[in-house]
Write a protein that binds this ligand. Structure first.
Ligand SMILES: Nc1nc2c(ncn2[C@@H]2O[C@H](COP(=O)(O)OP(=O)(O)O)[C@@H](O)[C@H]2O)c(=O)[nH]1
Ligand SMILES: [Mg+2]
Length: 431
C-alpha cells in the first residue's frame, strides 16, 4: 500500500483552496494522520501534531503571495523539523560517542560504521566494547573494527562495563573519536539502566545516542524517555532505513528526549550510513518524496515578500496607508477570505473586492493629491479639489468620490477594530 498517496492527494486538493478554514484543514489533517500512523508514529503524538497544525493554520495567514497549499505543506514540514531537527552536519572534532539501544537495534554495527565514517574524514577513531551481556559481542565488534581498520578494545569475561570503559579510555587517550558500544536487552530494565549510568559516568560522552531501528514505532518514545532520564540523550540514529520501516519511532524518540536525528543507517555494510537529511527523511516518513520541492517554493515566496517591505502603520489610516493596505491585500488572494480570517467579515463588499484595475486607478488618484490632501481626508470635500485630482489622474470625478467613500468605509472598520491589538498587529504586518 502506498501510504503517502492520500496525503499527496490532499496536498493537491489544497492547491484549489483559496481559504484555509476548519473544514479544509481537518480534511487535510485526516490524510496527514493516516500517513504518520502508517509510518508507525505514536498515536498520541500524531493527534497532538495535527492539532497544532490546525491551530497554527487557523490562527495565522499565509505571507503575501503564498498559496494555501505551499503554506500548509511548509507548516507540516517545519513542524516535523522542529521535532526531529534540521539536516545534521557531523562535527569533525575530538569527541566521545556513547551508543545505547535495545538488543538488535543495530548498535554494534553502527558503532563500527561511525568509527569508519570519522576515520574516512581524517580523524583517528577507536571502538570500545562495553556490551557485557551478549556472549559474542566482543568478537562481533572486534571483527567489525578490523573491517573498518580502527583500533578496538574489550575485555572478554569482564562483567563490569565501567571498568572496561576506564581501561579503554586510557588506551585510546590519543584517539580523536572514541565510540563505546553498550549492552542491549530485549526490554529496558533497571539493570541495563544502572549499567548505562555507570558507563556514562566514566566515559563522559559528548554524544549520547539512542540507536533505534526503523520499524519500531509505538515504543520508541517511552524508551527514549528512560534513556534520557538516565544519562541525557543528545541524539538518535535510525538504522535499517533500507528496510520496510519508515522510521516513525524517530519522531517519538526525539520528541520524548528533546533531541534530534543525527545519522541514518541504510544497510548492513560499514559504508551504509549517512548524516540525517531532514527533507529526505520527512519526505519518506510522509510518503511525499518531493516535499523538498514543495517547501522550496515557500522559502522563495517568503524571501520575496521580505524583499518588498511596505511599512504600514495600522493605527493611522491616511490615503497612503490605505493604498498600501489594499495592495498588500490584493497580493494575498480573495480579500473577503482574508478579512474573514482576521475576524472582520462585515467589511463592506465593495471595499473588499478591489480588482487590480481599480487599484491602479486609486494609485493614480492618490498620486495626484497634495501631501496635505493625502493625510487629511476632510479637505477633499471640496469640488475644486476633486475636479483637479480627477483631471490630474485621468479619471472621472465619480472615481474620486468612490475612493473617498471606500476610504471612509475602511476607516470605520479600523475604528471598530482599533482596540483589538492582535488584529492591528496582523494588519500592520500584512504589507
Ligand atoms: N539492512 C540493515 N541491517 C542493519 C542495519 N544496521 C544493522 N543491521 C543489522 O541488524 C542486525 C543487528 O545489528 P547489531 O549491530 O548486532 O545490533 P545490536 O544488537 O543493537 O548491537 C545485524 O544483522 C546487522 O547487520 C542497517 O542499517 N540496515
Ligand atoms: Mg550489539
Amino acid at each position: 500500500m502506498d501510504l503517502g498517496e492520500g496525503l499527496r492527494k490532499a496536498i493537491a486538493r489544497l492547491q484549489h483552496a483559496t481559504i484555509i478554514d476548519t473544514k479544509t484543514i481537518r480534511e487535510f489533517n485526516k490524510e496527514l494522520q493516516k500517513s504518520l500512523l502508517g509510518a508507525d508514529v505514536e498515536v498520541e503524538l500524531v493527534l497532538n501534531f495535527t492539532k497544532s497544525i490546525e491551530d497554527k493554520a487557523l490562527k495565522s495567514r499565509p505571507p503575501a503571495g503564498l498559496a494555501p497549499r505551499d503554506y500548509i505543506t511548509n507548516m507540516v514540514y517545519e513542524g516535523l523539523v522542529e521535532l526531529m531537527g534540521r539536516s545534521y552536519e557531523p562535527k569533525l572534532k575530538r569527541q566521545r560517542i556513547l551508543l545505547m539501544g535495545l538488543y538488535g537495534s543495530g548498535k554494534t554495527t553502527t558503532a563500527a560504521k561511525l568509527a569508519k565514517f570519522y576515520q574516512d574524514r581524517g580523524l583517528s577513531a577507536a571502538l570500545i566494547c562495553c556490551d557485557v551481556a551478549r556472549p559474542a559481542a566482543y568478537e562481533q565488534l572486534e571483527t567489525l573494527a578490523k573491517q573498518a581498520n580502527v583500533m578496538f578494545f574489550g575485555k572478554k569475561g569482564e562483567k563490569d562495563a565501567s571498568k572496561i570503559v576506564k581501561e579503554g579510555l586510557e588506551k585510546f587517550k590519543d584517539k580523536q573519536v572514541v565510540i563505546c558500544d553498550t549492552s542491549g536487552r530485549n526490554a529496558l530494565d533497571s539493570e541495563l539502566i544502572n549499567e548505562l549510568k555507570r558507563v556514562a559516568d566514566v566515559f563522559k560522552a559528548d554524544e549520547r545516542i539512542m540507536v533505534i531501528n526503523a520499524d519500531i514505532g509505538q515504543v520508541a518514545g517511552r524508551q527514549a524517555m528512560q534513556f534520557h532520564n538516565a544519562v541525557g540523550m543528545t541524539g538518535v540514529i535510525v538504522t535499517k532505513m533500507d528496510g520496510s520501516g519508515k522510521g516513525g519511532g524517530a519522531l517519538s524518540a526525539t520528541n520524548a528526549a528533546k533531541s534530534s536525528v543525527m545519522f541514518i543507517g541504510t544497510g548492513e555494510k560499514l559504508s551504509n550510513i549517512e548524516p540525517y537529511n531532514s527533507e529526505k527523511f520527512i519526505g519518506s516518513l510522509l510518503g511525499v518524496p518531493d516535499i523538498a520541492g514543495l517547501v522550496s517554493n515557500v522559502q522563495i515566496a517568503i524571501k520575496e515578500a521580505q524583499l518588498k517591505p511596505e511599512e504600514v502603520e495600522a493605527e493611522e489610516l491616511n490615503f497612503e496607508t490605505f493604498y498600501a493596505q489594499l495592495r498588500a491585500m490584493g497580493k494575498m488572494g480573495p480579500l473577503k477570505n482574508i478579512f474573514g480570517m482576521m475576524g472582520a467579515s462585515d467589511l463592506p463588499k465593495d471595499v473588499v473586492e478591489q480588482g487590480e484595475e481599480k487599484l491602479n486607478k486609486y494609485k493614480a488618484i492618490i498620486g495626484s493629491m497634495t501631501k496635505e490632501e493625502r493625510s487629511n481626508e476632510r479637505i477633499l470635500h471640496n469640488p475644486t479639489r476633486i475636479k483637479r485630482i480627477a483631471k490630474g489622474s485621468g479619471v472621472t470625478e465619480k472615481d474620486v468620490h468612490q475612493l473617498i467613500s471606500d476610504f471612509n468605509k475602511m476607516r470605520r472598520m479600523f475604528d471598530t477594530l482599533k482596540n483589538d491589538r492582535s488584529f492591528r498587529k496582523r494588519f500592520a504586518n500584512m504589507a
